[in-house]
Design a protein around this ligand. Sequence first.
Ligand code: NAD
Length: 450
Amino acid sequence: MNVTIIGTGYVGLVTGVAIASSGHRVICVGRNKEKVNEINRGKPPFYEPDLARILQKVTRNHMLRSSIDIKTSINESDVIIIAVGTPTIHGKIDLVSLQDVSQEIGKALADAKGYRVVVVKSTVTPGTTEHVVKPILERYSRKKAGSFGLCMSPEFLREGSALADALHPDRVIIGQHDERSGKMYAALYKNYKCPIVFTNLPTAEMTKYVSNSLLSTLISYSNEIALLAEKTPGVDVVDVWKGIHLDGRLSPFIAGKRIKPGIVNYLFSGCGYGGSCFPKDTNALLHYAKTIHTKTPILESVIKTNNQQPLRLVKFLQEVLGPLKNKRIAILGLTFKPDTDDIRETPALPIIQELTRLGSRVICHDPQAYQKGIPDSFRGLPIKFVKRYEDAVRKADALLLVTAWNEYKKIKPQFLKKYMKRPVVVDGRRIFNRQTFLTAGITYKGIGLG
Ligand code: NAD
């Protein structure tokens, strides 16, 4: 099949590469000519494990190309997938890009011959495809939905393992305007082994929000438990979670072997969730609930707990160091999680803002976050970025670990003891072995340690 994907961000490009790898011809439509040229040269505009290698493969064998020409691309395609951003602004989903793109698609459909299906992959609140996208498509194409197809198919890929997730999805949810739409879109997945759930448009939209808010709820619940653990002498939340994860209902034995399902990774205490999805989607769902006059106290608490979590790490520093003015603090990890360069809504930002407000001297390290330049959200802050974490911790009064990158897991306490001004470690992800650090003479504080 011939497929156009509009939006060359994490979802658009990764989905395009996955679909092209499974034998369909893909055009990824972007707005920025330079970015489009880079993609055509096999260079992804962001970091994602293995993406560059597969992108080079599919561009070289002409299964994927990138273009800024939306009209021609749509004319050449059977399936048109919308993967533009849907940010939450002032707590409410912003549909401007989606509306713009729907207009462009509508105009292209007006002149296009033959049946095409439009698929909304961007995360949108229930009712958006039916009541926002469909009327725009119909108005600008001067055609009724049915003469073109319409689906909503949420994306569940996780940054850091996005390509693997897109190549081997655990499920495909297809909200269909009508059966013909769903059938045509499902043909894209005919070689995939995962189940396909056919449903209606708003149910598909709701499924995505439930998925993200459920995972966010597990994280905030874990962080609330960490608070209790910290106030209870002797309790270590890491061991609590170990005990919980081994519950056979969470980690069952299958064919005599215990398996550890991915869901248990969300039942663990840390500095809070971030990234481009959980914060914006929980806020968008909360706003949606208000528009339909429904109270969602659990969701409200999930968001509130998460907003408070990063600053708790600053409190830990104050407990050990006293006033933080002029203290040199090494921040390890800026991305919201390892194996990505994405710093959107990262807990590192409020931590750094608070530290600089208090007059600390902040030295940051991250393996990916500023490879292509200092991200806008960090610009203007009086902080330093270094290329090696060793240079961040040297002469520091404290190390604050925000992101659980693998290279940080290998840090030896003896190194910190030797080179830090004061060997103080605040472990926001509980990746260090507390006993080894204490034995080495480090003052160790971690989330959930009583
Ligand atoms: P992104 O910001 O990385 O990419 C969005 C892209 O859309 C950008 O490249 C932007 O230039 C492009 N765009 C905007 N308007 C355009 C237009 N008029 N024409 C062409 N391109 C246009 O966003 P993302 O992370 O890829 O997310 C896209 C959607 O997928 C969002 O709704 C998001 O919630 C959802 N989603 C994201 C993830 C994730 O892990 N990032 C996972 C699942 C779902």
